[in-house]
Design a protein around this ligand. Structure first.
Ligand SMILES: Cc1cc2nc3c(=O)[nH]c(=O)nc-3n(C[C@H](O)[C@H](O)[C@H](O)COP(=O)(O)OP(=O)(O)OC[C@H]3O[C@@H](n4cnc5c(N)ncnc54)[C@H](O)[C@@H]3O)c2cc1C
Length: 414
């Protein structure tokens, strides 16, 4: 009988897994199910080029429609999986249709967290959120963005680019608190301010309500801000409910949440895998378990798990890497930041062209750069190999970056 693989979630992890299965020679059935009505698309441009109107949805497709047919992948969009039965190895769709599997990949990603409900509250996770938000931002009025993480900061920058008056509220003392060490967070305070965004940090939002035709954000300390539109960007919730209801092991939220998988993407039920933003995975490079919410991580994890489903046995574990575009500046971050690491800057923070390296007792654990992607690429290989670096040579722009590696280490991976 033909082997059957069902993939729930047609995001980058699901599509990459389907692609990897075929590349590895898998000749069974592949059914890729996505609840969004769209042909699968790249999510990162949604808060950048798409919301600004610089690109159309057709320009951000992961693959053209013909590709799925050419690969003999049955793509079904606008289809919601309602439940998984791990005993009979079947998924049940919202309309009660049952699909049987030998292998199941759960790549359901996440949804925008939204603790507050009011008429003017918006969130941004995908293309479905765009038409209304884009129309509201295009009118150039006042918008409040709650949360200065990656997505909130990008929305603020995009809204400024569209001529909106923007108020950006953040609970932490600096923007991008989960990504950047504090010296670099300061740089983003200056960037927002110099671009005219009214940034307030240390703001704990208590509630958001509709009052006399406007939306009012009230902080626990009593301060209030009001606008017709409030975009809430306070993180995402992994879509784990299908797995939980099926008795598949998930991690508690204080351990990152998500579906618990091993280094090959295998979940706790036979034949079931998980990949991408929804997977809580071990990472041999960083140590411990992580649930990574980065585009390239989801793509590479999906590919790796697809290969395992096709019969491979390679484990997955790479240095996390992400980027963010704000006000025309491309930020790249590799590794996992920790406030205790020493920061060594190469270049100029003031000119916003630099790479910065995070050292743990001389060993590189992370890198951050604006406008220097090749330094981050190099740093990723060093982080993976736990290289010891010379801070003085790192900071010295007249020295080659490669010379910062302390001699006497095994140079194979460099
Ligand atoms: C606005 C935005 C901007 C971003 N920008 C960046 C960036 O600049 N750089 C970066 O590195 N990362 C960025 N990210 C993060 C990156 O997009 C994600 O890490 C990546 O999309 C995760 O891919 P995924 O396939 O795991 O999950 P998702 O992209 O979330 O895809 C999962 C899919 O599964 C579907 N699904 C869920 N439940 C079901 C169900 N029951 N039945 C059927 N389908 C279901 C979902 O609707 C979704 O289509 C951004 C994210 C957002 C939201």
């Amino acid at each position: 009988m033909t082997h059957r693989t069902v993939i729930i979630g047609a995001g980058i992890a699901g599509v990459s897994a389907a692609s990897a299965l075929r590349s590895a020679g898998y000749d069974g059935d592949i059914t890729l199910l996505g609840d969004e009505p769209e042909l699968p698309y790249r999510r990162p441009p949604v808060s950048k080029e798409i919301v600004r109107g610089d690109k159309t949805s057709d320009e951000i497709r992961i693959k053209k429609a013909e590709w799925y047919a050419a690969q003999d992948i049955t793509l079904r969009t606008g289809v919601t999986v309602a439940s998984i039965d791990t005993e009979s190895r079947a998924v049940r769709l919202a309309d009660d249709e049952a699909l049987f599997y030998d292998h199941l990949l759960i790549a359901t990603g996440g949804r925008a967290r939204s603790p507050w409900e009011a008429k003017g509250v918006r969130t941004l996770r995908g293309l479905a959120d765009i038409p209304r938000l884009q129309a509201e931002l295009a009118s150039g009025g006042h918008v409040i963005v709650v949360g200065a993480g990656l997505i909130g900061s990008e929305i603020a920058a995009s809204a400024r680019g569209l001529g909106c008056e923007v108020t950006l509220l953040e609970t932490a003392s600096l923007p991008l608190p989960r990504l950047l060490p504090s010296a670099l967070g300061e740089l983003y305070v200056d960037l927002h301010k110099s671009e005219g965004t009214d940034l307030h940090t240390g703001v704990m939002v208590a509630d958001i309500s509709d009052q006399a035709g406007t939306t009012v954000v009230r902080a626990v300390d009593g301060r209030t801000w009001s606008a017709s539109v409030v975009v809430v960007a306070v993180g995402m919730e992994p879509n784990v409910e299908l797995a939980e209801d099926a008795g598949i092991v998930t991690a508690p939220s204080n351990e990152g949440g998500g579906i618990v998988v091993d280094s090959r993407g295998r979940a706790s039920a036979p034949g079931v895998f998980a990949a991408g933003d929804v997977a809580n995975q071990p990472n041999a490079v960083l140590g411990g378990r992580h649930r990574v919410e980065h585009w390239q991580g989801a793509q590479n994890h999906g590919t790796a798990v697809g290969k395992v489903m096709a019969g491979g046995d390679d484990s997955f574990g790479e240095v996390p890497w992400c980027w963010s575009d704000q006000y025309g500046h491309n930020l790249q971050v590799a590794g996992w930041p920790d406030p205790s690491y020493d920061l060594v800057v190469r270049g100029s923070l003031a000119d916003r062209t630099f790479s910065a390296f995070l050292l743990d007792d001389g060993v590189v654990r992370g890198a951050v750069a604006i406008g220097r992607p090749s330094d981050v690429r190099t740093a990723r290989t060093w982080i993976a190999a736990a290289r010891r670096l010379d801070p003085a040579l790192l900071a010295d722009e007249s020295a080659d970056l490669i010379d910062a590696v302390v001699p006497g280490q095994d140079e194979r991976d460099i």
